[in-house]
Design a protein around this ligand. Structure first.
Ligand SMILES: Cc1cc2nc3c(=O)[nH]c(=O)nc-3n(C[C@H](O)[C@H](O)[C@H](O)COP(=O)(O)OP(=O)(O)OC[C@H]3O[C@@H](n4cnc5c(N)ncnc54)[C@H](O)[C@@H]3O)c2cc1C
Length: 462
């Protein structure tokens, strides 16, 4: 009997599968969006998929895996786009989607089991006049623990910042990887031990999130003759504290044509801003559009646009997905534009990258300031080409993360502190959680290293 046979035999009534098709499906996420991750992660598989339904079952699985020294990689909706949920060293794929349900909603906060879909949480909160401050664009398929452990921000971040900003995660319940697992509640600044740690510092069982007042949102696309007009307008709206907003996503022509569900809504040659504006702010917003020389080319109540899906599914992580549906050779990197002269910084990068590919910019708040995150959509040729584009952006003061890697350090979105390392050691003394993603001894944290090394940059841009 192998350790894995012993492990499976010890599962008792806990659901598991060793069916090869199930293992293949549950060992993948959306890494195929990256040409480099396609090469480095293809063929990496778990050995068994275990699907606990209760917290007690999660604890039993973790204890059993610890006893048999078998790696465990947690998995929510499997929508991660850096390949963070792909098991690099086999073992257990811990499917958390059955540990699901909203535990309570009260004014300003919600608590849910780890595998609850972010859309289910948002819907429950909305019934009480509140909503998630922000959510990933994969809201209907992503779990709340997957978002906390592997995500960044999304629609709402232009008002409330991102997960790394203090106060945007209220609490996390997490289990240590030991023969006698400990159940710990992280609160305050300690929640960051679990955020963007890719499940390598513990298995999350519950998450508590702060809420924002819910609004009736109007979604709209605004067209501008030039890209810099669109950027200037987006920054203007972002800086207008009186305008209640949820999305400011600015795309250079020809991106509106590369997003085929938009049809020809945006006139030929025009750049666009996709936005969500509260109905109370709509009249002021329309006035600002006219002042900036733009035109609202379509507007509707949230989720009811003529393009057949929520408008935020053309923004953030979804924007590249939409572009690749039309042109699979296009890819992107992740730049954080954070200069005090934000519009000028974008203009400089825009001028230097002319011809590389249309720029995308999500305007959002980050550490208390309005910043832009984005990249050109370029046709992938080589790692050297990608590194050259990153170098130009860095030269203009942009912090660049690497979406073509899948380790905590090599993606470069989380600044690892001594406290993170100490927590990892305490929670996973045998190094069995998502191994290869968060190594603490030595520089390497995964098998694969891109030439786009971003590990020496600070601050990280989660
Ligand atoms: C088209 C597209 C659009 C996207 N848009 C956004 C966006 O707007 N904003 C954003 O932040 N991200 C975005 N993403 C990335 C991803 O969808 C989100 O981060 C999402 O929240 C991940 O949730 P999930 O349940 O799918 O997690 P998974 O992909 O299953 O897991 C993500 C990470 O969390 C770990 N994990 C999962 N569950 C647990 C648990 N219970 N305990 C410990 N660790 C766990 C996994 O091991 C993995 O490392 C996008 C991805 C795609 C493909």
């Amino acid at each position: 009997m192998t350790a894995l046979d012993d492990f499976a035999a010890g599962l008792g009534g806990i659901a598991f599968s060793i069916d090869p098709a199930t293992i293949r499906r549950k060992s993948r996420d959306w890494y195929s969006i990256s040409p480099l991750l396609r090469k480095s992660l293809e063929g990496k598989l778990g050995d068994i998929v275990v699907t606990p339904k209760t917290k007690d079952e999660v604890i039993r699985v973790v204890a059993l895996a610890a006893r048999h020294r078998i790696p465990v990689t947690a998995r929510g909706g499997g929508t991660a786009n850096y390949g963070q949920s792909v098991p690099l060293h086999g073992g257990v794929v811990l499917d958390m989607t059955e540990l699901s349900g909203v535990l309570w909603v009260k004014p300003g906060a919600v608590r849910a089991l780890a595998g609850t879909l972010t859309s289910d949480i948002d819907n429950a909160a909305r019934k009480t006049g509140w909503e998630l401050r922000f959510h990933p664009t994969t809201k209907t398929t992503a779990t709340i623990a997957g978002f906390v452990a592997g995500g960044t921000g999304g629609p709402g971040s232009c008002a409330y910042g991102v997960l790394r900003d203090r106060g945007n995660i209220a609490g996390v319940e997490i289990i240590s990887m030991e023969e006698q697992p400990r159940l710990i509640e992280l609160r305050g600044g300690d929640v960051h031990r679990a955020h963007h740690a890719y499940g390598a510092t513990g298995i999350i069982t519950e998450v508590e999130m702060p809420l924002a007042p819910a609004w009736n949102w109007i979604e709209a696309i605004v067209a501008f003759p030039t890209y810099m007009q669109a950027v200037r307008f987006g920054v203007g709206v972002g800086d207008s504290d009186g305008i209640v907003k949820k999305l400011l996503s600015v795309h250079e022509w020809p991106t509106p044509r590369l997003m085929r569900d938009l049809g020809d809504i945006v006139p030929e040659g025009h750049s666009m801003m996709s936005t969500l504006i509260a109905d109370i702010s709509w009249p002021d917003f329309v006035e600002m559009v006219a002042e900036a020389g733009g035109v609202v080319v379509t507007s509707s109540p949230e989720g009811r646009g003529v393009y057949g899906r929520p408008l935020y599914e053309f923004a953030f992580g979804h924007a590249l997905f939409q572009v690749q549906r039309t042109d699979p050779t296009r890819t992107a990197i992740e730049g954080l534009f954070h200069a005090s002269d934000l519009v000028e910084q974008v203009a400089r990068v825009h001028a230097r990258l002319k011809g590389v590919g249309p720029l995308r910019m999500e305007l959002r708040r980050w550490s208390g300031r309005l910043v832009g995150s984005g990249s050109p959509y370029f046709r992938y040729e080589s790692e050297e080409q990608m590194a050259a584009i990153a170098a130009i952006m860095r030269d203009e003061g942009v912090i660049v993360a690497n979406p073509h890697a899948s380790g905590v350090r090599s993606v470069g979105k989380k600044e690892l502190t001594d406290a993170d390392v100490a927590f990892k050691r305490a929670m996973d003394p045998m190094g069995l959680l998502n191994p290869g993603r968060f190594e603490i001894d030595g520089a390497s944290d995964e098998d694969f290293h891109s030439k786009m090394d971003v590990r020496h940059e600070s601050p990280a841009i989660s």
